[in-house]
Write a protein that binds this ligand. Structure first.
Ligand code: SAH
Length: 342
């Protein structure tokens, strides 16, 4: 199978072009084209035709198709089912905010992490996405939208730190000034808490926002809904988070999905407060999105606000995630998993 040209970093493309006998300056011409809205190498107008042919023999360009698209009538959220070159599906969701557009993208086909409340993991992991396939989602949606996307969140299908190398190449490529030039401060990476990879990421000292899915305050409860906790318990996870903050000086965002009767009592809020107090962090409360067969439900709005109040009174900044695209059930993973069932 031909390689996705968006898998190549700038340096790797430079090397590739030199191997093809091209002059040094060629990379500066070719690289920007790779991120433009074109479908074939032939559209690279200022590149010699012979090179366009050679590139087409070796690489594919923009190898992703929009198979289904839903636009919310409530808030214009767009939900996409995208098909990869090998026929697999992933999902991306585009959200409109006052300050611009934000896209939620996938990092794997399926997920191996097995969180009890999550639709993306129900059929396990099929494979990692390549760096190019992660970026293809941004280019495809940006193209469909007709304007620039400002923020990227890796909160779609998959566990980004279980696909570490490709995600690192993605972060390098998406940030490149001659490519999409999205600043790392506009990118959030969300993880269920793979401790050694958080430590490895810390060493890179990137300016991205790290978001950590915490969801419970005792190992017993967390292990029951997030199997990853059996390997990397809460104390180790929070230690890694402290290390990450120390290294990067960036505020971590903790995701806490509120599930009625499981982790949403005021006592749990107090426990959470004790766990994260003193850390440079923010807590993002997410009323659980009901997924068929999990039986989980979100509690009342008043209960969620009480939970938030405990945190803010204790000096921890906490927000309740606004539900978007309710009429098109835009919670990620649901579209792909429904299509797997039919
Ligand atoms: N694997 C990564 C990123 C993908 S999930 C992670 O675990 O962080 C993005 C976020 O959505 C995570 O916080 C995840 O726990 C949460 N999530 C998954 N299913 C959900 C559901 N049904 N309701 C609310 N949040 C959910």
């Amino acid at each position: 199978m031909k390689k996705n040209i968006r898998d190549l970093t700038y340096a790797a493309l430079e090397e590739q072009l030199q191997e093809m006998g091209e002059p040094r300056f060629r990379v500066k011409q070719v690289f920007p084209w790779i991120y433009k809205e074109i479908d074939s190498f032939d559209e690279m107008r200022n590149i010699p035709q012979s090179l366009r042919g050679k590139l087409a023999e070796k690489f594919v360009l923009h190898n992703i198709k929009i198979k289904e698209k839903y636009i919310s009538k409530i808030d214009e959220t767009r939900r996409y089912l995208l098909q990869l070159g090998d026929g697999n599906f992933v999902e991306s969701v585009l959200m409109k905010y006052k300050h611009g557009y934000s896209i939620c993208i996938s990092s794997q086909v399926g997920c191996a992490m097995g969180c009890a409340f999550c639709a993306s993991t129900r059929c396990g992991k099929v494979r990692n996405l390549s760096a190019g396939e992660i970026i293809d989602q941004v280019v495809a949606v940006q193209r469909d939208l007709g304007c620039r996307i400002n923020n990227i969140v890796m909160m779609g299908i998959g566990e980004p730190l279980d696909n570490f190398e490709n995600v690192m190449v993605f972060l390098e490529n998406v940030n490149h000034p001659l490519g999409l030039a999205v600043g790392h401060r506009h990118i959030t990476l969300s993880t269920c808490g793979i401790v050694p990879k958080i430590l490895e990421l810390a060493e890179k000292e990137l300016q991205i926002t790290l978001s950590v899915s915490l969801h419970a305050c005792s190992n017993e409860k967390r292990s029951a809904i997030m199997p990853v906790n059996r390997k990397y318990p809460i104390e180790e996870l929070l230690e890694a988070c402290r290390y990450y903050i120390g290294k990067t000086n960036r505020r971590i965002s903790f995701e806490y999905t509120l599930i009625q009767g499981v982790n949403d009592s005021e006592q749990e809020a107090e426990k959470l407060l004790r766990l994260v107090r003193g850390m440079l962090c923010h807590v993002n409360l997410i009323p659980v999105n009901p997924v068929k067969e999990t039986g989980f439900a979100a509690g009342s709005r008043a209960g969620i606000e009480r939970f938030q109040h405990v945190l803010t009174e204790g000096g921890i900044s906490a927000t309740i995630r606004r539900e978007m695209g309710r009429d098109i059930s835009a919670a990620c993973g649901q579209l792909r998993s429904q299509r797997l069932e039919v």
